[in-house]
Design a protein. Structure first.
Lengths: 116, 116
DNA sequence: ATTGAACGGTACGGTTCCGAAACGATCGGA
DNA sequence: TCCGATCGTTTCGGAACCGTACCGTTCAAT
């Protein structure tokens, strides 16, 4: 059961969610930050800096900086991998889970009110 | 006929499109820029700087700068309103229409492959 | 003709991000 | 015990963006 969207619906959905996010000015995450955040929350762990960089096709410092920013926002947390202390494991937080959940609700609400 | 999405589907959709955009690094628009672009392309004209700022709940310089950036990318164009020369009208461009169309296709493709 | 309001743009100092390169810490095999 | 490879982080100069405040133009009403 795939989700079928027509072009006008797809773009309208994206507009509604974007405008709502800008108006709410909750966190003002960049597209890269959002991609990292959702990957951590949706893809199965563990998540390393290098793994995330490879997944998104960006350099390591990009991921490090995004983790700095979102870490300060308490959306994610970092922990040393005790098995291999070179690695840093990125984990979810309670605040982050709440933020992601609400963001998903926003998408659903925007989709529900979409004209056919 | 509204579009029904479940939470996991909504978030997965956003992740797929975000990751694809980051990987493609086509234009790297911020959330604000995307909201402005889609509003110009989806809402009925005319679009003024002040009107867009009010629509998104941001200040004028934010819109001006976004128009500078996306104007340089040829995604939008500015024109003086000849009826009231204080106004600047924001208009679509061929390149912008193409970009928006492809972006919509990306959303549709991501939605179509969504697990139930 | 003058004045006040409305419009978009600009100047400013500060913050954040960028990519490339170098760095220290850690691991694993010779 | 080295020593190369693999981590994540930091540094660097440069670019983009932020919000506040101010500026020049244009309109409309007096």
């Amino acid at each position: 059961m795939s989700v079928i969207l027509r072009p006008s619906q797809a773009l309208r959905l994206w507009q509604r969610v974007s405008v709502a996010e800008v108006r709410a000015e909750a966190h003002d995450l960049s597209l890269r930050q959002m991609a990292i955040l959702l990957t951590v929350y949706l893809d199965p762990p563990p998540h390393t800096v290098r793994g995330l960089a490879a997944r998104l096709g960006v350099t390591k410092p990009v991921v490090t900086r995004a983790l700095d920013t979102m870490g300060a926002m308490k959306l994610l947390s970092r922990h040393r991998d005790e098995k291999d202390r070179r690695n840093v494991l990125v984990r979810r937080t309670v605040e982050g889970a709440l933020y992601v959940e609400r963001f998903g609700d926003g998408i659903i609400a925007a989709a529900a009110g979409l004209p056919m």
